[in-house]
Design a protein around this ligand. Structure first.
Ligand code: C2E
Ligand code: CA
Ligand code: CA
Ligand code: CA
Length: 279
């Protein structure tokens, strides 16, 4: 039994070593990925539930690794965050999203708003507002066509600092939204203090609205809350017609999810804008 335990232990350590090695390797590759042009933005359309038109997209990063293939963000964003690489990567995301959105506006597909996700490390950067301003200038994108998604935990970590940065970003004219709303530890009073425009209802609530009365109640309450604070509200992770109809009945403004479309390459997104797909 003793022997077996020992073997188990050895088996365990070698597996942990392997994991550590894989991480190290991924980290090395991640450092090179920007200059090697291995990142790509996918775009998931957001639909207005009244007009049934595409009103915006969310930009979602993908890493085309030379050997591993497509690496999803869950596998490298936290690594990028820990190593600080998220700052240059995040700047690339903002610049690329602005560039692509400007192309869509030039092609006559506007008005259209592109949302990008911001990480905690980026949010802590002193020159965040400046780098957003630079990206807007270089691309010639109207600032109202850029939306910045922030999570509750990100803004709640240091409320006074957050309010300062959010105000700077509002001065630029960009739209601000709270992502994954309802999952963080938040006090509702901050909604009043933060200069935000949009609440994004987290997928976990949307998922069960048609089977769990509690989730249904939470979602309809978030919609009412948002509207009484004069905020727009968007539901993410909408996968079924039943979820969609519940959201529509309760006055949700926008929706995003596999039911309408998965995230698409820029080319596929352009095609969808051209075809004018309707819900
Ligand atoms: P998120 O910001 O909550 O993004 C939504 C995620 O839900 C995306 O996963 C999207 O593909 C997925 N999704 C959309 N509709 C549905 C649906 O109907 N059902 C289900 N099951 N999933 C749906 P993705 O692209 O894998 O991104 C995962 C997370 O990675 C994002 O969550 C975000 O936190 C992070 N992320 C992605 N791109 C970036 C980026 O450029 N910068 C930063 N900092 N984080 C990013
Ligand atoms: Ca998001
Ligand atoms: Ca989200
Ligand atoms: Ca999420």
């Amino acid at each position: 039994a003793k022997e077996l335990g020992r073997n188990n232990f050895q088996f365990y350590t070698s597996e942990m070593n392997e994991r550590a090695l894989e991480r190290l390797r991924l980290e090395g590759d991640l450092r090179l990925a920007l200059e090697r042009n291995e990142f790509q933005l996918y775009y998931q359309p957001q639909v207005d539930l009244n007009t049934r038109e595409i009103v915006g997209v969310e930009a979602l990063i993908r890493w085309q690794h030379p050997e591993l293939g497509m690496v999803p963000p869950v596998r490298f964003i936290s690594l990028a965050e820990e190593t600080g690489l998220i700052v240059p990567i995040g700047n690339w995301v903002i610049a690329e999203a602005c560039r692509q959105t400007r192309l869509w506006l030039d092609a006559g597909f506007g008005p259209l708003r592109t949302a990008v996700n911001l990480s905690a490390r980026q949010f802590a950067q002193e020159d965040l507002a400046q780098s957003i301003a630079t990206a807007l200038e270089r691309s010639g994108l109207p600032s109202a066509s850029l939306e910045i998604e922030l999570t509750e935990s990100l803004v709640m970590a240091d409320v006074d600092h957050a309010i300062g940065i959010l105000r700077e970003m509002k001065t630029l004219g960009v739209q601000l939204s709270i992502d994954d709303f309802g999952t963080g530890y938040s006090s509702l009073s901050y909604l009043k203090r933060f200069p935000i425009d949009v609440l994004k209802i987290d997928r976990s609530f949307v998922n069960d609205i048609t089977i769990d009365p509690d989730d249904a109640a939470i979602v309809s309450s978030i919609i009412s809350l948002a509207h009484s604070l004069r905020l727009q509200v968007i539901a993410e992770g909408v996968e079924t017609a039943e979820q969609l109809s519940y959201l529509r009945q309760h006055g949700c403004d926008h929706m995003q999810g596999y039911f309408f479309s998965r995230p698409l390459t820029a080319d596929a997104m352009t095609q969808m804008l051209r075809d004018g797909v309707r819900l």
